[in-house]
Design a binder for this molecule. Structure first.
Ligand SMILES: Nc1ncnc2c1ncn2[C@@H]1O[C@H](COP(=O)(O)OP(=O)(O)OP(=O)(O)O)[C@@H](O)[C@H]1O
Ligand SMILES: [Mg+2]
Length: 348
C-alpha cells in the first residue's frame, strides 16, 4: 500500500529545530554510551546513565513524529534498555501484594525496534498483568535467545481468562473492565506493534491460575561489535557540531581508529587532500561546503574510498545519489554502536 502522508508541511523553522534537536540527541546518546562504558560496575551511576539513554531514545521517537514521518525510526535496541524504563515507571505504583521480577538471559541479542512502541507494548501487557492480581501475586518478565529470535514471556499468577473469552482478547473494544470507558484497546495495540516488528504474540491462560503472553521477535544477527583489531584505520570525520566531533572521535579512538576531524566542508577537503584516509564520515549540512558538495569534490580524484553521509533529513535518506557512490546514509541521531557496526562492515 502507498504510504499516505498527512496533509501538512513542515515549516522551515520546524525543520531547523528538528535538525538541531537531532544533533543534541546524537551527542546525548553518545555521552550516555561513554558514561555506560566508564561506570560499568557502578550500579548507582548506571541507573542514571540508563535514564539519560532511555529518555533520549524516547525523545528521538517524538522528534521523528514531529517530522510527520509515518515510517517509525527503528534502531538496534537492547531489551534491557526497555526493561530499565519499565522498572522505573511501574515500581513506584506497584500494589503492595504484587511482586514484579525481570529475568533477562545473559548475552541477549538485540532487536530492530522502535523504542517507544516496544516499550508501550510491554507496558500494556504488564499493566494488564498487574490488574489481574486481586491481592497477592507474582509477575515474571523474562527474555531469552532462541536461534535467531528473542522469546519474551510475561507471566502472571492472576485471575486468568476463561477459555471462551481467550479467543477474543485481542479484539478491539474487548474488555472485562466494567468501570472504564473506551477500554479494550490495550491488547489490540500490543498485537499491532508486535506485528509491525515482524513478530508474533501468543497467549495461554487458566482461570484462577494465571496467564502467560509469549512474544517472539526476530533478533539482529551478528549484532555484536568486534572488540579487538590489529590494524589502525584512518577516518576523516566531518561535522559542524563540535560536541559530536569530540565525542565520536573519543569513542572511535578507543576502538583503534585514527580519527581526523573537520568542522566545515572546506576543512574536510583540505584534510582529504593532505592525508590518506580509509573512510570518510561526512555530515550533509555544514558551512562553506556542504556534505554533498564535498563528496562530489572527493569523487573527482578518488572514486573508491567508502563514504558515509550523515543527515538529519529523511528526504536525503530517501534520495539516490548514484554519482557520489555513497556507501551508507545514516539518519541522525545515530547511535555510536550503529555507526561502529557500519564502519566495521565497510573497512573492518
Ligand atoms: N494478564 C491478564 N490476566 C487476566 N485477564 C487479562 C490479562 N490481560 C488481558 N486480560 C483480559 O483481556 C481484556 C482486554 O485487555 P486489553 O488490555 O485489550 O483491554 P483492557 O485492559 O480491558 O483496557 P485498556 O484499553 O485500558 O487496556 C481485559 O479486560 C482483561 O479482561
Ligand atoms: Mg489493558
Amino acid at each position: 500500500m502507498p504510504n499516505k502522508k498527512a496533509n501538512f508541511t513542515v515549516s522551515s523553522e520546524l525543520k531547523q529545530a528538528i535538525h538541531d534537536l537531532n544533533n543534541i540527541f546524537t551527542s546525548t546518546l553518545a555521552s550516555s554510551e561513554i558514561l555506560e562504558k566508564l561506570c560499568k560496575n557502578n550500579t548507582k551511576i548506571s541507573k542514571y546513565t540508563q535514564t539519560i539513554k532511555t529518555n533520549s531514545l524516547q525523545a528521538i521517537d517524538i522528534i521523528n513524529a514531529l517530522t510527520n514521518n509515518r515510517t517509525k525510526i527503528k534502531k538496534s535496541i537492547a531489551i534491557i534498555d526497555i526493561v530499565s524504563k519499565l522498572k522505573m515507571t511501574l515500581k513506584p505504583t506497584l500494589p503492595k501484594g504484587v511482586k514484579l521480577q525481570f529475568q533477562l538471559a545473559k548475552n541477549l541479542k538485540k532487536v530492530d525496534a522502535n523504542y517507544s512502541d516496544l516499550y508501550r507494548a510491554f507496558l500494556n501487557l504488564l499493566i494488564n498483568a498487574i490488574e489481574s492480581i486481586t491481592a497477592f501475586g507474582t509477575i515474571v518478565f523474562s527474555a531469552k535467545n532462541k536461534n535467531d529470535q528473542i522469546i519474551i514471556s510475561i507471566k502472571d499468577s492472576g485471575k486468568g481468562i476463561s477459555k471462551g473469552k481467550l479467543k477474543n482478547i485481542f479484539d478491539e473494544g474487548f474488555s472485562l473492565k466494567k468501570d472504564k470507558l473506551n477500554a479494550g484497546l490495550g491488547l489490540t495495540i500490543v498485537k499491532k506493534i508486535i506485528e509491525n516488528h515482524k513478530g508474533s504474540i501468543d497467549v495461554s491462560s487458566k482461570l484462577n491460575v494465571g496467564t502467560e503472553f509469549i512474544i517472539t521477535l526476530p533478533a539482529i544477527i551478528n549484532s555484536e561489535v568486534k572488540k579487538y583489531k590489529k590494524q589502525t584505520h584512518k577516518i576523516l570525520l566531518a561535522d559542524d557540531d563540535k560536541i559530536i566531533l569530540e565525542l565520536f572521535s573519543d569513542l572511535l579512538s578507543t576502538y583503534n581508529y585514527d580519527i581526523t576531524t573537520a568542522f566545515n566542508g572546506k576543512m574536510a577537503i583540505t584534510e582529504f587532500n593532505n592525508n590518506k584516509f580509509d573512510l570518510i564520515i561526512i555530515d550533509k549540512i555544514m558551512p562553506f561546503l556542504d556534505g554533498l558538495e564535498c563528496i562530489s569534490l572527493i569523487r573527482k580524484t578518488n572514486s573508491t574510498i567508502p563514504i558515509i553521509l550523515t543527515t538529519g533529513s529523511q528526504e536525503t535518506i530517501d534520495k539516490e545519489y548514484p554519482d557520489l557512490k555513497i556507501a551508507k546514509k545514516m539518519k541522525k541521531p545515530w547511535s555510536f554502536e550503529d555507526m561502529l557496526k557500519t564502519i566495521q562492515n565497510l573497512i573492518g
